[in-house]
Design a protein. Structure first.
Length: 170
């Protein structure tokens, strides 16, 4: 699949088929996560692949009641590793590691789309709650929750702002 096509066709999927994701596809998702660029090549991110039904349900509760998370075969929690970028000071621990996790997730979401999988970025959640559910160490900060599975439905493309509104040439 052409990358530009994947960018334009990928949708936020919140309803999944009750179908497991084959291990070779899971490995492709992991590969996409790990090949993303990172600040200073420190790769300051960690990913939790959650398959356990009870944990997925608890994550949905911590995501402000977004219970659809439990319906995905896999829920990926992307975490920023604040230890890895501490040499960059506050900008490293407050931004670079968050960017590392974020760009990894975007690449994985595009790879998921190419594989016929759907996903959605969930950013509305209690960081403290998610940290507790996964028993995260203090240096890992949850940045995104991404359910992944085969789409049960595909929504239409949402309206985008115009390039005039979003881009400035100086």
């Amino acid at each position: 699949m052409n990358v530009y096509t994947a960018i334009k066709e990928r949708r936020s999927i919140r309803c999944f088929e009750k179908k497991d994701i084959p291990q070779d596809a899971v490995e492709r998702l992991i590969d996409a996560l790990l090949w993303a660029p990172s600040a200073g090549n420190l790769q300051s991110r960690k990913f939790y692949f959650v398959r356990d039904a009870a944990l997925k349900q608890r994550l949905g509760e911590e995501a402000l009641g977004q219970r659809f998370l439990a319906g995905a075969p896999i829920v990926i929690v992307a975490c920023a590793d604040e230890r890895a970028v501490s040499k960059y000071g506050p900008r490293g621990t407050g931004l670079y590691c968050v960017q590392d996790a974020s760009i990894s997730i975007m690449g994985m979401m595009l790879a998921a789309h190419e594989l016929g999988l759907g996903s959605v970025w969930v950013g509305a959640f209690s960081e403290e709650g998610v940290s507790g559910v996964l028993d995260l160490p203090s240096w890992l900060r949850p940045v995104a929750i991404v359910p992944v599975g085969y789409p049960a439905e595909t929504p239409r493309a949402p309206k985008r702002v115009s390039s005039r509104e979003a881009v400035l040439f100086l």
